[in-house]
Design a protein around this ligand. Structure first.
Ligand code: G3P
Length: 217
């Protein structure tokens, strides 16, 4: 399973990249706004900086909702760097645009996916990545991990090539469960990635080893 970091914060992207386990970055307009990035020029420049920091797929989201606008914006985003993946919402014109990008050799990430039906449509349109939002599904008392399993089963059975990119990850257990359920990628906040490190027995065991090591140092 690939690891992406889900943020536009450069310090967090650097920290995750320095761990040596980062395969890419996802962003969205909310994450950009959180970093105070405003205006299309600043947004484009920020994507370029991220592409220069991380050698992997970098999702850049369109904000248009009509076919012509999505295609125009996506082409401009894809021109920033060869690693840019155009992130397109799961709406009717989004599906049409996904197919256009597929036919024109531009990688895509279909975002805001909340059902197996939407995941089938995105795969039919040739999306490189399909992003079910695990945490937001859990928030509405449905089971996000169950959706990952269902999509993995459908894609395996039908031979769809799209990669399942589990998004809206809220904690380390989500990452473990997504790996079990067959996600190809998890995009996570830095805290959830670092959460995988934690176990009190590791800390207790290391403290004991270091204490014992003093006996023969
Ligand atoms: O990748 C999508 C993600 O940023 C949404 O996460 O926590 O806002 O549901 P969240």
């Amino acid at each position: 399973m690939k690891f992406f970091i889900d943020t536009a914060n450069l310090a967090q992207i650097k920290e995750a990249n320095d761990l040596g386990i980062l395969d890419g970055v996802t962003t969205n307009p909310s994450l950009m706004a959180k970093e105070g990035i405003q205006g299309s020029e600043a947004v484009m420049a920020h994507y370029k900086t991220i592409c220069e920091l991380v050698d992997g797929d970098i999702s850049a989201e369109v904000i248009s909702t009509d076919f012509a606008g999505i295609v125009k914006e996506g082409k401009a985003l894809a021109a920033i760097h060869p690693n840019i993946v155009v992130k397109v919402p799961m709406i009717k014109d989004g599906v049409k645009a996904l197919k256009w990008f597929t036919d024109n050799g531009i990688k895509t990430n279909c975002t805001l996916v909340f059902s197996a039906g939407q995941a089938i449509l995105a795969a039919k349109a040739g999306a490189t990545y399909v992003s079910p939002f695990i945490g937001r599904i859990d928030d509405s008392s449905w089971d996000g991990i169950e959706l990952i399993s269902q999509i993995a089963h459908i894609y395996g059975t039908q031979g769809f090539k799209s990669e399942i990119l589990a998004a809206s990850i809220r904690n380390a257990l989500h990452i473990v469960k997504c790996a079990e359920a067959g996600a190809d990628v998890c995009t996570c906040p830095l805290d959830s990635i670092l959460g995988l490190l934690k176990h009190p027995l590791t800390d207790i065991g290391l403290a004991k080893f270091l204490e014992d090591a003093k006996k023969f140092a």
